[in-house]
Every structure is written in C-alpha cells, then in structure tokens.
Design a protein around this ligand. Structure first.
Ligand code: HEM
Length: 308
C-alpha cells in the first residue's frame, strides 16, 4: 500500500461516516429551518467535510510534488493525474480546474464510484447463490469466453460475457445501489395533466418502486429473471421508456457506467471460476435504503473452492 492508498483508505472511512450522517438528515432536505433543528449534526458534518477536504488536499499536493520532481513526465495515468493535467494556473486563459474543483471531483468519484459497484456485486453474489442455474450458466460462459484461466482477463474475453450483462441489469433493477435520483425544478413546470411543480421544488424519483412496479414490468416484477434482458437488452421489456434508471438519466447520467460494467465482469469472472456460492442458513434478507440500497444485516454466503 503506498501513501496515496493509505490516505485514500482514510477518505473512504470518513466518507462512510459522512454517509451515515447524511442519511439521518436527508429526509429533511429542503424543509425550512431543518438546519437549525440539527445544529449539532450540521456542525459534525461540516467538521467531517473539512477533514475529508484536508485528506484529499494531502493526496493532491503529494501527487503534484511527485509530478514536479519528475518534470511533469509522470507515468501515472490515473484519473487524478488527468484531473491535475487539467488544473493548475488559474490565471491561464484556458478554462482550467481550480484546486477546489479537483477536490470536489475527487469527492464525487470517491462517493459515486466505490460503494455502488461493490453493492452491485454483493447483491449479485446473493442472487447467484439463490439461483444456482444462473450461477452455473455464468460459470460456463466465463470458461467458454476464455476468461476461465488463471491469466489476466482481457477486453475481448470480457466482451463475450453476454449473460453476465443480463444478470447485472437484472440485479440493478431489483437492487439499484442508487435507489433514487434527485432533481430540482429550475423554473415552474406544468405537466400535461395541468399540475404545476413550482420553481425550487426538490424531486426524488423512487427508482426502487419504479423498478418493481408490476404495471411496468408485469406480474413477475419482483422475481429474478435475467432473461428479460435477453429479449430487450436496454430496457428489459419495461413498458415505460424511462422506467429503468439504475444510472439516472439525461445530462447527469452516471459517467462511470461503462467502467462499472468492466469492474463488475472482472471481479465476478474471477470469483465464479474459483468458488461455488450458496446462501448460508443464517442469512437474513434486509435490504434497506441508507442513501444507497444496502443489505442491513450483511450477506452471509458459503464459498466452496472449485478444484480445476
Ligand atoms: C453500479 C454502479 C453505479 C451505479 C448504480 C451508479 C449510479 C449513479 C446514479 C444514479 C447517478 C446520478 C445520475 C443522475 O442524477 O441522473 C450517478 C452519477 C455519477 N456517477 Fe455513478 N453509478 C455507479 C458507478 C459509478 C462509478 C464506477 C463511477 C466512477 C468511477 C461513478 C461516477 C459517477 C459520477 C462522477 C456521477 C455524477 C455525474 C454528474 O453529475 O454529471 N459511478 N451514478
């Protein structure tokens, strides 16, 4: 683990604490005087926010120093290096990211990119343990795609994991890690039914309810049936064009969705070629919305190594 990784681990830890705190107060977003009702929580969140900023500044400064020492010719091609390449002199004519903006971008990526993929994989392991026929189908696909050996997985073998893509979409339908999408009305909006949403209104799209609505998906809406995405890979057969929104929509749609598809395939292929999964008897199903959609009682599985 290098210094960046250690500081990164501390950022994750603090962001998790921040998430728990935000969860407690998020129902009051937009409620007048709610801030005054939660003075202590607001102060704690502010303090935590400052600590997270300081840790990120540490990572950014260390990287800048390293890049300075190597005369800017660093081999590091990660996201932070790319962001830093687009930042720096704030007086330059070209629009560049300020340090403050780099810190904010880092927070968005830490927050948006970590737990979501981890949750998608966790819920998938549960679904595959509970549906051995799909577990076996994916294992066969992994082996047939040439992703079954011990060597690294390449883009070509990942591209052949079609059924795994259906399973991912079906898991994101039933257990969307981001259970709601928010928007704010920038102006009064009149709907075709005559209802008016006043300017400034905060709107929450309940993605979980929508993804499980029998009127949109049919009577089997609550069942795990990845084959619906075999017939319709984009919408899974949903009757409403905007009914499947695991990554949000429009101009703010998730920028990490392709990366997630790759991470998901790599991790799942590696696990499936090494282990058989079963649900442990002590497992208790307790999905709970805590900003993200999490298994409140954890996911207990039994893993049996596969001897090749
Ligand atoms: C299963 C995995 C993921 C899910 C379910 C997910 C879901 C979402 C959702 C619902 C949004 C809000 C979209 C909207 O408001 O319309 C979002 C935004 C975002 N996501 Fe993801 N995400 C995932 C993975 C990732 C990854 C891996 C990254 C980056 C490494 C990432 C980075 C972002 C960023 C930066 C935004 C903000 C985009 C913007 O406001 O323009 N996400 N994501």
């Amino acid at each position: 683990m290098d210094d960046d990784d250690e500081a990164g681990a501390r950022v994750f830890h603090k962001l998790q604490a921040m998430q728990a705190m935000l969860f407690q107060s998020n129902r009051l977003v937009g409620v007048p005087l709610a801030r005054l009702l939660h003075v202590c929580k607001t102060y704690e969140a502010w303090k935590l926010g400052r600590e997270i900023d300081a840790l990120l500044m540490e990572i950014i400064d260390a990287r800048r120093r390293r890049q300075g020492r190597s005369g800017g010719s660093s081999n590091n091609k990660d996201l932070l290096s790319l962001l830093l390449a687009g930042s720096g002199s704030e007086s330059s004519e070209e629009r560049r990211l300020t340090t403050r903006e780099v810190v904010d971008e880092c927070k968005t990526f830490f927050f948006g990119g970590h737990e979501t993929t981890a949750l998608a994989l966790s819920w998938t392991l549960l679904m595959l343990a509970a549906h051995p026929e799909w577990q076996e189908a994916l294992r066969e696909e992994v082996l047939a795609a040439g992703a079954g050996g011990e060597g690294p997985l390449d883009a070509a073998s990942l591209g052949r994991l079609t059924k795994m893509g259906w399973v991912m979409s079906e898991v994101l339908r039933l257990y969307p890690p981001s259970p709601n999408v928010q928007r704010q009305a920038l102006e009064d909006i009149s709907s075709s039914s005559g209802a008016v949403v006043p300017r400034g209104t905060n709107m929450w799209v309940d993605v979980v309810a929508m993804h499980r609505d029998p009127a949109l998906w049919g009577e089997d809406a609550h069942e795990f049936r990845p084959e619906r995405f075999a017939r319709d890979p984009v919408q899974g057969g949903c009757r409403q064009r905007m009914g499947f929104l695991p990554f949000g929509f429009g101009g703010r749609i998730c920028v990490g969705r392709n990366l997630t598809g790759m991470e998901y395939r790599v991790v799942l292929a590696m696990l499936l070629r090494r282990f058989r999964l079963e649900v442990a008897p002590e497992y208790r199903h307790a999905p709970r919305v805590m900003l993200s959609l999490r298994p409140a009682a954890g996911i207990q599985l039994r893993l049996t190594p596969i001897i090749h």
